[in-house]
Design a binder for this molecule. Structure first.
Ligand code: NAD
Length: 504
């Protein structure tokens, strides 16, 4: 196979992604041919890129020489024949199987036999695009993320017929382009678009059951370290696009209920409430999400002995917070490490770290009315603001309804009430992200390290699913999933065989 070192690259499709790919390739020193089926589109894209690079020069981010050299390497071409010398083709045309197939069939008669053919498809099977090619073994997925110059991740996707050496060559090239390649097997959604589904789906499910407002759910997930809450993120992506990806993953999995799309989102799409681009989605733009109103809580009352239950990082931290805040009065809190739950017993009332069961379930099972559950805090110390969801059992007294948030506030959190939904929002979302990631690994889509890198670099997650799992525990995650499964029944919360095996 020819070395791709500074070899000529043909980028087909001069839209958002194509231009970004052309820029990155040219910056890495490759001569780049840029072709678009729309006449003048490639030249126009180059002019736009010129303006972008000028802006970077003005801000001192790149030198004028580097900008000029990059631009000089990009040649808009009027027909594909002009790119006969390309050693690599990266296709970024419309997301349509027939269009991509026919383009690659045509390209096989344009470029040399040793050239690698790559597609930037975000959702179409790489195996399917290669069907009908004379040399399907040289065809591979090279999935960049938007905006291409900034996003480090490249999913290198092998179809059934892709030669391993071709995938390796694209991985090496991605590194040379300053990217981090992660290898994926061609399966619906590849890595990122598959593992990320629950980030949206769990919030949409909570919205559907009226558990909380978009604002509250966004605030809780942002406090857990996500850069954007799911609602603002869906508004940014566009509900039409997000819904289409969800649908395509659902359909590609033969209607597996795990990936079932949301009625809440379909309603937004049908109503033309597409998010930022239409001026309205979950929020109204340009204003965006309004800040959560500050709540005033009464002082926490010590109605009896305070006991910290459970072992591990969260219980330890709770104990410290109780001591620091002198919340158990003059006496230090007692500690019950051998406990079936994590949290605080405050004179018989319970503030319980969610294990997936609702506060109402726990109250009924334990025969204690004054129970509240709180969400899993992922960051210690809690992020500024420390927003944390909680829910109070329906059978709780009026006094405990006021005291549960008062205690959380005294511990340093900003308590946000949710309806008594199982797993609240962060625990449930993270458990489902972990479940999906372990399933992907189980099916050979990627490695655990690949999944972590992909989620951190492709969608800016604060940690990878396997990193969360290492910090939480297989038993804890499966307990939450099991509780969700018991509560909702159906396929959605079935536990990945990978997790089950680890638990055994
Ligand atoms: P876009 O609409 O901005 O650009 C597509 C360009 O391809 C257009 O300029 C169009 O004229 C041209 N085109 C269409 N059919 C063509 C053909 N047969 N031959 C030559 N040119 C043709 O689209 P985009 O957002 O840049 O997406 C391109 C591809 O990248 C799609 O497969 C998409 O799924 C994938 N992708 C998009 C994103 C994203 O966030 N936009 C992220 C990752 C991957």
């Amino acid at each position: 196979m020819t070395s791709l070192n500074n070899a000529p690259v043909l980028v087909v499709g001069a839209g958002i992604m194509g231009v970004g790919i052309a820029q990155v390739a040219a910056q890495a020193g490759h001569p780049v041919f840029l072709f678009d089926m729309r006449e003048g589109a490639a030249a126009q894209a180059k002019s736009k890129l010129t303006a972008t690079l000028d802006g970077l020069v003005a801000k001192g981010k790149i030198t004028a020489e580097a900008a000029a050299a990059t631009l000089a390497r990009i040649e808009p071409i009027p027909s594909l024949d002009a790119a006969a010398g390309a050693a690599l083709v990266v296709e970024a045309i419309v997301e349509n199987l027939d269009a991509k197939r026919s383009l690659f069939r045509q390209l096989e008669s344009v470029v040399g036999e040793a050239a690698i053919l790559a597609s930037n498809t975000s959702s179409i099977s790489v195996t399917a695009i290669a069907n009908g090619l004379l040399h399907p073994e040289r065809f591979v997925g090279m999935h960049f993320f938007n905006p291409v110059p900034q996003m480090k991740l490249v999913e290198v996707v092998s179809g059934l017929q892709t030669d391993a050496a071709v995938a390796q060559a694209i991985e090496a090239l991605s590194v040379a382009w300053g990217k981090v390649p992660v290898h994926a097997r061609s399966t619906p959604g590849f890595i990122v678009n598959r593992i990320a589904r629950p980030y949206y789906a769990e919030t949409l499910a909570l919205l559907q059951e009226q558990a909380a407002t978009p604002q509250r759910l966004d605030a809780c997930l942002k406090a857990a370290g996500f850069r954007m809450g799911p609602c603002e993120l869906m508004d940014l992506i566009g509900h039409d696009t997000n819904f289409a990806v969800t649908n395509s993953v659902f359909e590609a999995n033969f209607g597996d209920k795990r990936y079932v799309p949301s009625l809440v989102q379909r309603e937004l799409v049908d109503g033309g409430l597409l998010g930022r681009k239409s001026g309205r989605g979950f929020y109204t733009y340009p204003e965006g999400a309004p800040a959560l109103p500050a709540a005033v809580h009464e002082a926490p009352m010590v109605t009896g002995p305070v006991t910290v239950h459970g072992d591990g990082e969260i219980a330890d931290r709770l104990e410290q917070l109780v001591i620091q805040g002198r919340l158990s009065g003059d006496a230090a809190p007692s500690r019950q490490r051998q406990s079936a739950w994590v949290g605080l017993d405050i004179g018989g009332a319970r503030l319980v770290l969610t294990d997936g069961r609702t506060a109402g379930d726990i109250a009924a099972r334990e025969g204690i009315a004054d129970v509240a559950v709180f969400d899993r805090p992922l960051l210690w110390p809690a992020a500024p603001g420390g927003t944390l969801a909680y829910a109070v059992a329906p059978q709780a007294s009026a006094a405990w309804r006021r005291q549960a948030p008062a205690w959380l506030a005294a511990l340093g959190f900003v308590p946000v009430p949710l309806a008594d939904a199982p797993g609240l929002v962060v625990a449930r979302t993270i458990a489902m992200l972990i479940n999906e990631a372990t399933d992907a690994v189980q099916q050979g889509v990627c490695t655990p390290e690949g999944a972590d890198a992909a989620m951190k670099l492709g969608v800016n997650y604060p940690a990878g699913p396997f990193e969360w799992l290492a910090r939480w525990s297989v038993a804890g995650v499966t307990q939450v999933l099991e509780a969700l499964d018991v509560h909702y029944r159906g396929e959605r919360y079935r536990i990945s065989p990978w997790l089950r095996r680890q638990r055994a």
